[in-house]
Ligand binder design. Structure first.
Ligand SMILES: NC(=O)c1ccc[n+]([C@@H]2O[C@H](COP(=O)([O-])OP(=O)(O)OC[C@H]3O[C@@H](n4cnc5c(N)ncnc54)[C@H](O)[C@@H]3O)[C@@H](O)[C@H]2O)c1
Length: 337
């Protein structure tokens, strides 16, 4: 049975991915440092649920702890590594840039080294739509230039893509980089806007709406996202014999078994419509605090998901209203409201 090592397994996406893979019979080892960027109790609860499943084991340590990740990888001997652990968040990166370099650059390097030593069948690593930065061509396609990051978060994720390319090239390590777009759903991240909106509306506190609501995001429901990851596990890139072998629209490197793939819903939603949908699901009206644009933010993200579809036959399919309703119902149950 395929053994998959997931970093960030107590995180939002890692938890959902582990659940999906375990349900399909994979053996999974989770690795997570339980950082206190947001509520650690929520991370522990996610891990507790996973630990009730056969074929799941976990290591609790930071990627930067010398030797810890190597020891976990050596004991488990993974066939595949999915690297999701990161210091995430655009706004936090404005005040805490070092955390991003430590986890997203040094930590990612540790993961790549272990992947090389074990010659894993496929290394898959999370990047972000934020790497499109100052690119204004919409929808964002993987073949667009994405060389102008606007935050240190985006810059460290872009560094991860570049380091991944070098290792894929040097060590013949099949590597897929995902670019995720705003991911939401049950067991979500308390630092993200939709989570803050729901808790504020339920407590009658105002919500901050940036750029006066004139923002667009490609919201991706977490179940759709992890299904995309699952399918991509089976599609390791192969080094092309010649650049002419690369299909139009494919981001496959001409010199390495490496590609980058957007996983997004391919639908750009106006922030104010998103707030309307949350109000509808809660049956309450928000107190709206209109704010200017935040430094480092971009007015719109929108995924071209053609490549994901051509590689896997899959398109994300959850509509916003059902996704928000599922989140709200999880939120009420989790916080016993
Ligand atoms: N959620 C989104 O909307 C979104 C969008 C774009 C990209 N991403 C990327 O997807 C990945 C997963 O994101 P998520 O939303 O699940 O975030 P998350 O914060 O819920 O999960 C990340 C996990 O990594 C762990 N971690 C952080 N630093 C670590 C370190 N140094 N060593 C070991 N573990 C560490 C954290 O404890 C956490 O449990 C990240 O790489 C993130 O950058 C997420």
């Amino acid at each position: 049975m395929t053994k998959v090592l997931i970093t960030g397994s107590a995180g939002f996406i890692g938890f959902h991915l582990a659940q999906l893979l375990l349900a399909e019979g994979f053996h999974v080892h989770g690795y997570d440092g339980m950082t206190d960027y947001y509520d650690v109790a929520l991370k522990r609860r996610r891990h507790q649920i996973l630990l009730q499943t056969a074929h799941f084991g976990a290591t609790e340590a930071l990627l930067e702890d010398p030797g810890c990740f190597d020891a976990a990888a050596d004991a488990f001997e993974p066939d595949v590594i999915v690297h999701l652990a990161a210091q995430a968040g655009v706004r936090y990166s404005l005040d805490n840039p070092r955390a991003y370099v430590d986890t997203n650059v040094t930590g990612t390097f540790t993961v790549m080294e272990a992947a090389r030593r074990h010659q894993v069948r496929h290394l898959l690593m999370a990047s972000t739509s934020s790497v499109y930065g100052a690119n204004t061509a919409l929808p964002y396609a993987e073949t667009h230039k994405a060389d102008l990051p606007m935050t240190i978060y985006a810059a460290t994720k872009k560094a991860g893509e570049a380091m991944g390319h070098a290792y894929a090239h040097l060590h013949d390590l099949p590597t897929t980089m995902f670019r995720f777009f705003t991911v939401y759903g049950p067991w979500g991240r308390p630092d993200m806007a939709y989570f803050k909106f729901v808790s504020a509306i339920l407590e009658n506190r105002p919500i901050d709406i940036y750029n006066h609501g004139d923002m667009y995001r490609d919201f991706t429901y977490v179940t759709d996202l992890v299904r995309g990851i699952r399918l991509l596990i089976d599609v390791p890139p192969a080094r092309p014999a010649s650049p002419d072998d690369i299909a139009a629209g494919d981001s496959l490197s001409p010199v390495a078994p490496w590609r980058v793939v957007n996983i997004g819903n391919s639908d750009k939603v106006r922030l104010l419509d998103f707030v309307d949908a949350i109000e509808e699901a809660l049956g309450r009206t928000a107190i709206r605090n209109m704010m200017p644009m935040q430094p480092g933010d971009v007015p719109a993200t929108w995924a071209d998901a053609t490549l994901l579809h051509s590689l896997t036959g899959y398109r994300p399919q959850t509509d916003l209203r059902s996704g928000i309703a599922a989140f709200v119902s999880w939120y009420r149950a989790y916080y016993a409201l």
